[in-house]
Each structure stands twice: as C-alpha cells, then as structure tokens.
Design a protein around this ligand. Structure first.
Ligand SMILES: [Fe+2]
Length: 338
C-alpha cells in the first residue's frame, strides 16, 4: 500500500451512445454527466479519486462512435481528478461486445465446453468481438493487464499504486436480452493467474491488496460458476478467496451496501451512472488503507428542480480481511535425563 490512502472512484454502466437519437433523453443525460463532473471536482481533498475503476458498459453497442463519446467525457473526468489514463482500470460489459460478432460462437452448455472455449490464449473470435473496446483502451492510453506471456484488456492483472487489480470478463457470451444465468467467467483464464502468482490467497501475509473488476455480479452467471458440483472449483468462491474487493455493475439497481462473498472478498455492487432518469443512478468512492475500506455513495436525483449528485447515506467502513493466524512453533522436546 502507498503511504497515502488510495481513493477508488467506482463508476459503471456509463453507456455512451445511449439514446443518441432521443433529444430529451440525451439532454437529461448530459445534465447528469455534467453534474457528475462538477460533483467530483468539488469533492473534499480526502475523497479526491486517485484511481478510476470502470466495471463495464462504457459503450451502448460497443461501437467506435460510442467510445469516441466515452473518451471525450473521460478526458474531462480525468482533468477534474488531475489524473491520466494510466490511473484508469476497465472491465468489459455486455454493451462493450459487438453482438453481431458474438453470435458466431455458441454459448457453452456445460462447464467442460466452457473451459475448452475459454482456454488461453483467448480465441480470435472472442478477441474480435471486443475489438472496438480494445482499440478504445489502447488509443486512450489505458495500460493493459498481464496474463501469461501476453497482455490484454479483457482479462489479466496489473499493479497500480501497490494495489493488485485483476480484470475478469463476464461478458464473453453476451449477445441479447437473455444473457443472465448463461454467462461463464472463464476458469481456465483465472487459474493461470493463480499459477503465475497474480491472484493469491488473501489470508497469506504477502498477498497485496487485491481488487477484482468484473461486470456481472456472480448471481447472474451460470450455476456452475457459483457452486461446485463435481471436482471443478467454482469461480465465485475461487476468486472471493483471492481478492479483498470485487467491484461489479450491470444491474442498474440502487447502490447497495457491500456483502461478503464466500467468507472472502467484499462485493461492492455499483449502480449505473447513467441509465436514464427513472433509474437510481449512483457512483461510489472507496478509500483503501491497510486496516480498513471506507466508502461513501452518491446518487443522482433527477426529480428536483436542480438535479444533482448527492451523498446517499453515511460514510461507512469495513475492516480489511484477517490474515491467517500464525500457529505457535512447538518448542523441541527436551530430552529427559537418563
Ligand atoms: Fe450491463
């Protein structure tokens, strides 16, 4: 951990390109996003973001035009935070895949099929389906994640400010409105991170603070990704044991308090920031110190005569997960005198 606390700004489901043809909705969206920038700019110094985490759905249809809009707004956000793209982490969401391309590969119906399809290196068809997302990341100067001998923006690990960030992709099989419970995270992509020491048990004293970004919460994945039925570990428990925080998006629900996954990671579900004026839009700030994680949420109230982002609830903290207790070393038995 760096000497100064790191402040994560967790934004998700920004949906650039959304309602581009509906003037009223576009106007409301602009008001909301402009107001968000102003809110970030006016944050007190102790809450000024040092790292920006985007947990997916940056775009609306995963097109270059969407990402052009995203880049223009993110440039302004980074200026408000006095940061650059090297301080930005991204995960891909279901609106970041080119759906037409995704229809060329079927959704696996068994874990064996999924583990074959999602093995490393990432298949070309899968990479191609996220090509505009990857191009946006590359062109904007976001730094890639490392996985095995290569780099990727879709899955991998990167250390930033002494914090380990791991990006996972829950959106490989997104293509329509029936994605939920059909999604595979890619166990064969997660296990190599463990083998390479890029994802480690959080109970070990040497494991750095680890933050996982993925778009869908675990309960929207296939049952096999949440529970173990045979001798295949389920990615939910497998990842939760090896991460302190898991940041997700997608649900567009009201900002919920974190819960604990499988007695391991704290799961912070994010609210959309922006999915229309009738949605409970929100974002969260999380201050990381060696002892605890302190967080506060903001929500956008579109129903007032001066709509703006306001703190939602009190600032709260959760303690950092305990390290494995060190067992006392047994003293060697003294030889009894003969
Ligand atoms: Fe989504």
């Amino acid at each position: 951990m760096p000497a100064k606390p790191s402040i994560l700004l967790h934004l998700t489901d920004l949906h650039f390109g959304w309602n581009a043809t509906d003037l009223a909705a576009t106007t409301q969206r602009t008001l909301s996003l402009d107001s968000l920038l102003q809110t970030i700019k006016e944050l007190p110094a102790e809450w000024k973001p040092t790292i920006i985490c985007l947990s997916g759905d940056i775009a609306w249809v995963g097109s270059a035009a969407d990402y052009q809009l995203a880049k223009a707004w993110l440039d302004k956000l980074l200026a408000c935070c006095e940061l650059d793209y090297s301080q930005v982490l991204v995960a891909a969401g279901n609106h970041d895949i080119v759906r037409q391309e995704a229809t060329y590969f079927p959704r696996p119906s068994t874990s064996a099929e999924a583990d074959k399809a999602l093995r490393l290196p990432i298949g070309r068809a899968y990479q191609y389906a996220f090509e505009p997302f990857t191009k946006f990341c590359t062109d904007s100067g976001i730094l890639p994640m490392h996985i095995q001998e290569t780099t990727s923006y879709l899955v991998g690990e990167r250390i930033l400010d002494d914090i380990r960030f791991v990006t996972l992709n829950s959106s490989w099989y997104c293509r329509d409105n029936h994605d939920d419970h059909q999604l595979w995270l890619g166990l064969p992509q997660i296990q190599p991170l463990v083998v390479q020491g890029q994802l480690e048990d959080i109970e070990a004293a040497t494991t750095p603070l680890t933050v996982v970004l993925m778009h869908h919460p675990f309960d929207l994945l296939r049952p096999e990704e949440q529970r173990t039925y045979d001798k295949r570990p389920n990615p939910r428990d497998y990842v939760a044991k090896r991460s302190h925080l898991i940041l997700t998006g997608h649900t567009h629900a009201r900002m919920a308090r974190p819960d604990t996954v499988a007695a391991g990671a704290y799961h912070f579900p994010g609210a959309a920031a922006y999915a229309g004026s009738d949605h409970p839009n929100g974002f969260r700030l999380i201050r990381l110190t060696p002892e605890q994680f302190t967080y506060c949420a903001y929500e956008y109230d579109a129903g007032t005569d001066s709509p703006t982002w306001r703190p939602a609830g009190a600032v709260q903290s959760v303690p950092r997960q305990q390290l494995r207790p060190t067992l006392p070393v047994a003293e060697p038995e003294k030889k009894k005198p003969l």
